[in-house]
Design a protein around this ligand. Sequence first.
Ligand SMILES: Cc1ncc(COP(=O)(O)O)c(C=O)c1O
Length: 342
Amino acid sequence: MKIKDLVRKNIEELTPYSSARDEFKSTSDFIYLDANESSYDNKLNRYPDNRHIQLNKLISSFKNVNTNNLILCNGTDELIDLVIRVFCNPGLDKIITLNPTYGMYDISSRINDVENIKIDLDINFQIDINKVLSSFDSNTKVIFITNPNNPTGNSLSNEAIIKIIESFKGIVFIDEAYVDYSNISFLKKINSYNNLIVSQTFSKALGLAGIRLGVGYSNPEIISYLKKIKPPYNINSLTEKKAIESLMREYVNIDQVNETIYERKFLELKLKELAFVKVVFPSNSNFLLIKVDDADKRYKQLIDYGIVVRNRSNVKGCENCLRVTVGTPQQNKILINTLKKI
Ligand SMILES: Cc1ncc(COP(=O)(O)O)c(C=O)c1O
């Protein structure tokens, strides 16, 4: 399978946007009169240097990949959209999602007029490999796999994922937003399979959802197509600065991750003691999916006590389910005490 043959023809033929600053090696003592910015210096009056050299280097060294194996995006959500736009012809091509799963694959596919073939996970929220393998045709271009999955929280079978990567003649996108809580990653495989994209994010364990930074990892060919269509300045200067500051300290705060994993267990045990909690599903993430007697009722009761969880009861496969993010130890105690009162 050639990646070039999967790419939309108009994208293959596209000449990407370039600015005057892409055409020469810039230095800070030049006088910049090329981009119609304000010329009055306030430290943010210039467009960002969209090569993001230091940030790319830091991420590549933490993740042990080359800088041409990665693309920085305005959150994973932007990457999802870029992938659909590079590979899927509107009104013709399809994606596959394994449901219940993260909602943005479906939203992005609809925005791009790309059909989403929804394959249900089995009763244990695992991949039904036979169903998946029999569901693609020559117009199926991307399969989205969320590992660990959201909203179910569990890790999916490695064998099933590998089977899909090896059998599918299209792009396999593995969304590893919660990877730091599971430590199971396909990142090392990006150069072994030419159809694999792995996404990770600064929004979860790295504690920086506010800066909007997602990272796509793949082979240099796929990365170059994604870069071809990304908006020229998708990573703003403040995001870049904050991400660098954070990475100069560490990649992820391991104490916070360990505490979250410990607290997840605490919550799981305490939740299981409550009569109206029917199931606490296994989780490798920073949240728990729980089945209760009446999700709408329990959701509203929690709101009345000032606690917001996610009501997933209208999602197929998650009837009467609430998704609860693991909080700090203090927040978790308040949650459990409140649920006991209820
Ligand atoms: C599986 C999954 N992927 C991606 C995202 C969004 O990531 P980002 O904040 O990088 O856009 C979320 C957010 O909840 C998620 O659950």
